[in-house]
Ligand binder design. Structure first.
Ligand SMILES: [Zn+2]
Ligand SMILES: [Zn+2]
Length: 313
């Protein structure tokens, strides 16, 4: 106890946070490792390629993005809070908790969908998001493989609409509860949808995101299958925006991306900032593939106009 008392309280708090993450990691491994052995969608080793890098991401993604996120989110939330009429915020605050939580999940999901979609379609954002897609084997731990810039951007897209609609507020401590809940739900569900399990859930798959749904998002089988299934929780959001791909009796064969990505954590964190490197955007590849399937003259016209095709979903 004397040793603990002599430690810097902030250092102690950080150490406790790391310890808590270790406990969560053991719990996650205890749940998913046996399930992924028994019901594997693609048989693979536990310590597969990139496992150590993803362990590094587990700690990094749990500690860093929340700190980084507060840098843009705090001023944005306060700015929005000043602009939104107090009467509107009070009216929303008077809703029953279940209505506020349900609306927040829906609104957060639509915000996340578009943040994720832009991360595929805008080359600058894809540089960072490509790290998540570089995984060649999917399992629960791939959920944490994300560049901090990518995580901050998509979370921001999911959370800002909540503050605009008065479902979150920076003015009180309770005002952050629902935004935190939305992020937590997405994170926990993320481990499940990345899991290497072959389970199918019938019609339920159209309502709630499943491993089959998200695995198609990671497929590298064909460029025509890129840019599908952006939702984190609700696949019908993809259906509304025309990006759903969920065949009932098939599963992807290959995952990953064709562009080379550094095998080590540090390299993956730095590479997206090296603007002279040109990673191939899946959106551009999908556009070229579609153009290639068109007849002669039309193909030439479309090849010169790839961005238009990217938007044509
Ligand atoms: Zn993606
Ligand atoms: Zn993923």
């Amino acid at each position: 106890m004397d040793v603990l008392d002599s430690l810097d309280p902030q250092l102690l708090a950080h150490a406790m946070q790391v310890l808590r993450l270790c406990v969560w990691l053991v719990l996650l491994a205890a749940i998913f490792t046996p399930l992924e052995r028994l019901f594997a969608s693609h048989p693979k080793e536990i310590f597969r390629k990139g496992f150590v890098t993803d362990l590094g991401y587990y700690f990094l993604s749990s500690l860093l993005p929340s700190v980084l996120l507060s840098v843009p989110l705090a001023p944005l939330a306060w700015g929005i809070h000043r602009v939104i009429p107090a009467g509107f915020t009070m009216a929303v605050a008077a809703w029953p908790v279940w209505a506020r939580v349900a609306t927040s999940i829906l609104v957060g999901e639509v915000g996340f969908y578009w943040g994720h979609r832009w991360s595929h379609e805008i080359p600058l954002l894809w540089r960072f998001h490509a790290i998540h897609h570089s995984a060649e084997h999917l399992d629960y731990l791939v959920n944490t493989r994300a560049h901090p810039v990518d995580m901050v951007f998509t979370r921001l897209c999911g959370l800002v609409p909540l503050y605009v609609l008065g479902l979150g507020s920076p003015a009180t401590k309770e005002g952050s509860l629902i935004p935190v809940l939305v992020v937590l739900l997405g994170t926990i569900w993320g481990f499940f949808i990345h899991a290497n399990v072959k389970w199918r859930f019938g019609p339920m798959e159209w309502l709630v995101a499943t491993p089959a749904f998200h695995h198609w998002h990671h497929t590298n089988d064909s460029p025509q299958l890129y840019n599908k299934n952006y939702a984190a929780l609700l696949p019908w959001v993809d259906r509304i925006f025309g990006t759903l791909h969920l065949p009932p009796d098939k599963q992807p064969e290959r995952y990953g991306i064709d562009a080379p990505v550094s095998p080590v954590l540090f390299g993956q964190l730095v590479e997206p900032f090296l603007l002279w490197r040109k990673p191939s955007a899946p959106a551009e590849q999908a556009a070229s593939a579609r153009a290639a399937s068109l007849p002669g003259e039309t193909r030439a016209a479309h090849a010169a106009d790839a961005p238009e095709l990217i938007r044509e979903k």
